[in-house]
Write a protein that binds this ligand. Structure first.
Ligand SMILES: *[C@@H]1O[C@H](CO)[C@@H](O)[C@H](O)[C@H]1NC(C)=O
Ligand SMILES: *[C@@H]1O[C@H](CO)[C@@H](O)[C@H](O)[C@H]1NC(C)=O
Ligand SMILES: *[C@@H]1O[C@H](CO)[C@@H](O)[C@H](O)[C@H]1NC(C)=O
Length: 676
């Protein structure tokens, strides 16, 4: 119910409006949240939902997504993915856009949810539609991230994370009292006592009903197991710190839920208790301040510098392009992509998150070579080296690659004879960094020289072919600024293409799910030698069979390129920590091959003078970003089929006991005990 002063204001405003002989209007729902840091999700939804669809914007987004779909390698595959993912990935993107075109929506927010979920149903973290107007403009939080814990008898239960209160009180010092006061009866003010509680029901249903519902909309990974795992808390090594990921239960990038009803059994209590915990929405770190609907739209919802591409020969992109915020890597200048190919996930949640509580952070000394997202440790056993690698990207490409080598050599100098590579929540990064790490661990051999990764193919749609044609026949890219320049690529025998080679020809026609499609011939290695810092050792640094790759399954993109080639070619073991015990855990997903985004494709088009081509997407008029898979890697087991939908079961599914939960060092010690 409205407080009295609001009601009075409304009456007064209505009279004023009515007397001006205009239809009476509701108060501005966005003015109600303008300038505030913490609001209720209901208030955010009221603002978002108050804005009607602008047909020109809707048509613009549909036009951009559908024309970008011609550059995305997987559009036709994803109509029904091959087994084992046929039941997970079956979305006809173009068909859905046609449906959206003809559908009416109560608000622009409702339309946005349809766009966002339609792309998320592809379960491919390379292709996403993210709109700064809505996604993570406000972030919805609960102070109770969850963990899936296995007890001494092997029984699994969902728990409120043991560290929940430590995390929430450190991250939300200005909101914790709200949640303290929201608790009923004698729990009021005692939020801390919820940490570790067993969760018996979520909203009156078994917890895995909520996990399942989230797995259907969270996107990003083909594997159902991995999407289940997104619900729970986890950790990641980022450039500046050990960070904590709250998981989809305790963090939402849209104001989807108002509260969670939890039936819990607290630690050392026998009786179940039911509590209602409200979500709270915090203004996102990169949201532009606003005071009402008009300023919300103009500051956050319209295209900005860097939303669209440029003519690379007469303009430059801004340093902090909007897409960078949602790529799952440290922010890089966009032109880095052309110098050092990227394969990285795009998500509606920004890369930076909250801090892992100090009690869970590794207490080991980081050894020489530790640098940003890559930290090296020697375990207490004196023989297990650890590389914690949260990303394959860094702002300093060659420095990053050299420090990877320095770190591994330091571990050896300290006596390490075996290695754990922890890639928990590693969303990829530089393709050639993945190849480099494989090459320096495994040494020079047929599986690492000249190609330490996977061969790929690019989609060869009509506009892509015209772009290549403009580059090679009209010299539109003399200093090699464009992705479609043949000088970037090599053929299947790893021979570089010449400046005039039409590398998309001869087209390989394929019929995929009943649709005619076309791809480039097979492409080989492009990393060696130029993409390597030069001094790769002449021998393996570690026996790859004494190397274990560990994650929560959320290892994607370049992380997959590394993990698949280490596992399939070198016999390296893989471990997924956590996950439901009766669901096969998958050690990586969303392989891709190379990812890119709308800005880059638009730049290719503008630089080659093809913006007027009927197949070219228009400039975006909204503040959106879109990613795609641009090259698709071939698999190892089935070398002539995409790796994307091949099967990567983990060698070990390590159950998370209370001692292991979000505790990297405890996990590494347990992995070493079991597998090394
Ligand atoms: C639960 O009981 C055990 C054994 O008495 C005790 O060690 C532990 O501190 C208690 N934990 C809580 C949160 O009360
Ligand atoms: C680490 O670096 C320091 C300073 O360069 C050097 O003295 C030390 O030997 C290095 N340690 C290892 C294990 O490489
Ligand atoms: C596109 O067409 C318009 C109108 O015909 C023309 O003014 C413009 O120069 C053309 N742009 C390019 C990049 O060819």
């Amino acid at each position: 119910m409205s407080p009295p002063h609001t009601l009075l204001w409304f009456v007064a405003a209505s009279i004023a409006v009515a007397s001006a002989n205009v239809a009476p209007r509701a108060p501005d729902a966005c003015a109600a949240i303008g300038g505030r840091k913490w609001v209720s999700p209901r208030e955010v939804r009221a603002c978002y939902s108050s804005f009607k669809v602008v047909e020109a914007e809707k048509a613009n987004i549909i036009d951009v997504i559908s024309k970008m779909a011609a550059f995305h390698t997987s559009t036709n595959y994803q109509i029904r993915a091959p087994e084992p993912f046929a039941s997970e990935v079956h979305e006809d993107l173009l068909g859905s856009l046609e449906r959206i075109k003809n559908q009416r929506y109560a608000s622009d927010y409702e339309l946005h949810i349809d766009f966002s979920r339609t792309l998320k149903r592809l379960n491919d973290g390379h292709i996403a539609w993210v709109n700064n107007c809505y996604d993570s403009l406000f972030v919805n939080y609960l102070p109770t991230p969850l963990s899936l814990i296995t007890d001494a008898k092997g029984i699994q239960n969902v728990h409120i994370a043991y560290e929940a209160f430590d995390v929430a009180s450190a991250e939300f010092p200005d909101q914790i009292d709200f949640w303290q006061n929201a608790l009923p009866g004698n729990l009021k003010g005692n939020l801390k006592s919820l940490s570790g509680a067993k969760v018996l029901l979520i909203n009156g249903r078994p917890p895995f009903d909520a996990v399942h519902a989230n797995a259907l909309i969270t996107g990003s990974y083909q594997s159902y197991a991995t999407r289940q795992n997104s619900f729970f808390s986890s950790y990641r090594r980022t450039a500046g710190e050990w960070s904590y990921i709250l998981g989809n239960f305790a963090q939402q990038s849209l104001p989807l839920d108002d509260f969670a009803v939890l039936t819990i059994q607290r630690v050392n209590q026998t009786l179940p208790e039911t509590i209602i915990l409200p979500y709270r929405s915090r203004i996102g770190t990169t949201a532009k301040a606003f005071t009402d609907t008009a300023s919300w739209r103009s500051n956050n919802c319209v295209a900005v510098d860097g939303t669209n591409g440029i003519d690379a020969y007469s303009e430059s992109l801004p340093a902090d392009a909007p897409v960078a915020k949602f790529l799952q890597q440290p922010p890089l200048p966009l032109d880095t992509e052309r110098k050092h190919g990227l394969n990285v996930l795009l998500d509606a949640a920004p890369w930076l998150d909250v801090t892992l509580p100090p009690t869970l952070q590794p207490g080991l000394v980081a050894v020489n070579g530790s640098y940003n997202s890559a930290q090296f440790y020697l375990a207490k056993d004196g023989k297990t080296g650890v590389l914690a690698l949260g990303s394959f990207s860094d702002t300093q490409y060659f420095t990053f690659l050299r420090t990877l080598l320095e770190g591994l050599q330091s571990l050896k100098a300290l006596g390490a004879t075996q290695l754990i590579v922890d890639v928990t929540n590693n969303g990829g990064g530089f393709i050639c960094a993945a190849h480099w790490l494989h090459r320096i661990i495994a040494g020079p051999k047929s599986t690492t020289v000249p190609q330490a990764g996977l061969d790929t193919k690019a989609r060869a749609g009509p506009l892509a072919r015209t772009i290549v044609d403009e580059i090679i026949s009209k010299n539109k890219d003399p200093i090699v600024q464009l992705l479609y320049n043949p000088l970037n690529w090599r053929d299947a025998s790893n021979t570089p293409f010449t400046a005039d080679a039409d590398w998309l020809e001869p087209i390989v026609p394929l019929t995929i799910n009943g649709r005619e499609d076309a791809f480039s011939p097979r492409l080989g290695n492009e990393c060696q030698p130029e993409g390597f810092p030069g001094d790769a050792p002449s021998e393996a640094l570690f026996d790859p069979k004494k190397v274990v790759i560990v994650s929560n399954g959320r290892c994607g993109s370049s992380c997959s390129l590394f993990s698949i080639s280490m596992s399939k070619y070198e016999g390296t073991k893989t471990v997924v920590v956590g996950g439901k015990s009766d669901v096969q855990q998958i050690y990586c997903g969303v392989v891709g091959g190379q990812s890119t985004n709308f800005v880059t494709i638009d730049t290719e088009i503008k630089t080659t003078g093809l913006k007027n081509n009927t197949l070219a997407p228009p400039d975006l008029i909204v503040n959106g970003v879109m990613g795609i898979t641009w090259r698709l890697a071939y698999g190892v087991d089935e070398p002539n089929e995409p790796a994307e939908w091949q099967y990567f079961p983990a060698d070990l599914n390590l159950p998370v006991t209370p001692a292991l939960a979000n505790n990297p060092v405890a996990i590494w010690e347990e992995v070493a005990r079991r597998l090394l």
